[in-house]
Design a protein around this ligand. Structure first.
Ligand code: NAD
Ligand code: UDX
Length: 461
């Protein structure tokens, strides 16, 4: 099928590349010229395991192209994905201005045959109808321009190009986005047009039938067809549930710390109950990233707009805000005064295998430690590899873990990068003023660290 994906971030680029990989002809559009230049040269602007290989293969096969020309993309696609960002506004609401700009632009370029416009971005409930309205506005504006230039007719209902809007929320996780795209737990399609839903099912058929799955013997991927608002709500509810689950286990961890229980064993014990499940029960320094914080806030805001005061979701956020500073509390317990001390952070990104720093707990830690007068250093494999600094302030970014350890009064493991399991902790302890390790993810081997000479502190154990 002919596909156009507008917005080539973590979601758009992965979606576009994976759909091209399974044989669709995909044009990816972005208004960031630098990004498009990079992608045209075969390079991925983001770090996502397996993505570069998928891009290279599809580009070679001629099924994946990149452009800044939205008109060309819209003309090409039978299915048009909107995958631009919906970042949080200071109020907690979702900023939908990029979705609006793209929808208007689609309208302005819509011509010819029937198109399915897909909301892949996470958008507030009710956005399906709103996008439809903006696209229609775009069509009318274009007609006005044409009439003004003497080149066309006034739009009548009969002359409006045919299109439908479908909500197709995305559930991929950063760091395993390609894997998640080929191995989804479900595909949600919200919309009232059976023609549009059928086209979406055709688009995803190879994925639904597990042709690209790790385990091809699994039954087909469940496809849930719903109304648009329910599909939009499913996305928010899923993220809010997962974030709440983590806040729950973090609260349990804080109680464990006080009563002398081990949260890793508690999580195992409750996770074996199939009603609870063992995933997203890893206690630590809180959830971050570009999705959980903004989506939970947006859902709270939507509820407020409709006169419902959410207690549980607000509590999940407040537990998380406190949890993000749990490492500072633990540092103070061990080192007492932090003014003049040097703290080294192992990891900066909000989770491993991504270069994404959006709403990363490390940022809160850096800010708070600076405020308390501590000097902060950090080492993160992806930051070291790419040389990027993400506009980081208040932190000295080191190029290897041993330079990080040198002269530190304590280390805090912030991100559970796999390579942190196998560092030379003996050497690192010997370079530190004070070998203290706050393991913010309960990720390291406590005994091995203690043998290396560290005073080890976990979260809830
Ligand atoms: P991103 O910020 O990484 O990428 C957005 C891209 O859109 C950028 O490349 C930007 O240049 C481009 N863009 C903005 N305005 C444009 C325009 N007018 N025309 C063309 N391109 C334009 O965003 P993301 O992380 O990929 O998220 C996209 C959406 O998907 C958001 O709504 C997000 O909530 C949702 N989502 C994200 C994830 C995730 O893990 N990142 C997972 C599920 C859903
Ligand atoms: C999340 C959702 O999982 C995904 O379905 C959605 O599409 C986008 O948002 P992502 O933000 O990429 O994905 O990462 P995820 O693996 O969910 O982790 C989010 C945060 O929770 C990270 O900061 C991670 O460290 C933290 N986390 C996760 C925990 O603290 N404990 C856990 O058990 C799991």
């Amino acid at each position: 099928m002919r596909v156009c994906v507008i917005g080539t971030g973590y979601v758009g680029l992965v979606t576009g590349a994976c759909l091209a990989h399974i044989g669709h002809h995909v044009i990816c559009v972005d208004n960031n010229e630098e990004k498009v230049k990079l992608m045209k040269a075969g390079q991925s602007p983001i770090f996502e395991p397996g993505l570069s290989e998928i891009m290279a293969g599809a580009m070679q096969a001629g099924t994946l192209e990149f452009t800044t020309d939205i008109g060309g993309g819209v003309a090409h696609g039978e299915i048009l994905f909107i995958a631009v960002g919906t970042p949080p506004l200071p109020t907690g609401e979702s900023d939908t201005r990029y979705v609006e700009a793209v929808a208007r632009s689609i309208g302005a370029h819509l011509d010819g045959g029937y198109k399915v416009i897909v909301n892949k971005s996470t958008v507030p409930i009710g956005s399906g109808d709103w996008v439809r309205m903006i696209v229609l506005d775009g069509i009318v504006e274009r007609q006005k321009v044409l009439v003004g230039a003497g080149g066309g007719e006034v739009t009548t209902l009969e002359s409006v190009p045919a299109f439908d809007v479908v909500s197709n929320p995305e559930f991929l996780r950063e760091g395993c986005a390609v894997y998640d795209t080929f191995n989804p737990d479900r595909i949600v399609l919200g919309g009232s047009s059976s023609k549009a839903i059928a086209m979406m099912q055709e688009l995803y058929a190879p994925i639904i039938e597990r042709q690209y799955a790790e385990d091809k013997s699994l039954p087909p991927v469940p496809v849930l067809a719903t109304d648009i608002s329910s599909a939009e709500m499913i996305k928010y509810a899923a993220n809010a549930f997962l974030a709440t689950k983590i806040s729950f286990i973090n609260e349990v961890a804080n109680i464990c710390d006080r009563v002398g229980a081990d949260v890793t064993q508690v999580a195992k014990g409750i996770g074996l109950d199939s009603r609870i499940g063992n995933k997203f029960l890893q206690a630590g320094i809180g959830w971050g990233g570009s999705c959980f914080p903004k989506d939970v806030s947006a859902l709270i805001h939507t509820a407020d707009d409709y006169g419902y005061d959410t207690h549980l979701l607000k509590a999940a956020v407040s537990v998380n805000q406190r949890q993000r500073l749990i490492a500072v509390e633990k540092l103070q317990q061990v080192l007492k005064i932090l003014k003049g001390k040097t703290v080294g952070l192992l990891g900066l990104t909000f989770k491993p295998d991504t270069d994404d720093m959006r709403d990363a707990p490390a940022l809160n830690l850096i800010e708070h430690l600076n405020r308390l007068g501590a000097k902060v250093k950090a080492y993160d494999p992806i930051v070291a590899q790419s040389g990027m600094r993400h506009g980081l302030t208040g932190v000295l970014v080191e190029t290897d873990p041993e330079r990080l350890a040198d002269g530190c009064d304590a280390l805090v493991l912030v991100t559970d990068w796999q390579q942190f399991r196998n560092l030379d902790y003996n050497k690192m302890a010997s370079l530190m003023t004070n070998p203290v390790m706050i393991d913010g993810r309960n990720y390291l081997d406590r005994e091995a660290l203690q043998q290396a000479g560290f005073y080890y502190v976990g979260v809830g154990r």
